[in-house]
Write a new protein. Structure first.
Length: 34
């Protein structure tokens, strides 16, 4: 089971991280700067 679930968990983590990066890149950067 672990050998089958590990790649799925890793894929979900990569997709979630990619979604966060996309959300951060879409945010206007001038809001973060004073």
């Amino acid at each position: 089971m672990n050998l089958f679930l590990n790649p799925v968990i890793v894929a979900l983590l990569v997709v979630s991280q990619g979604a966060v990066v996309i959300c951060l890149s879409r945010r206007p950067k001038h809001r973060l700067a004073p």
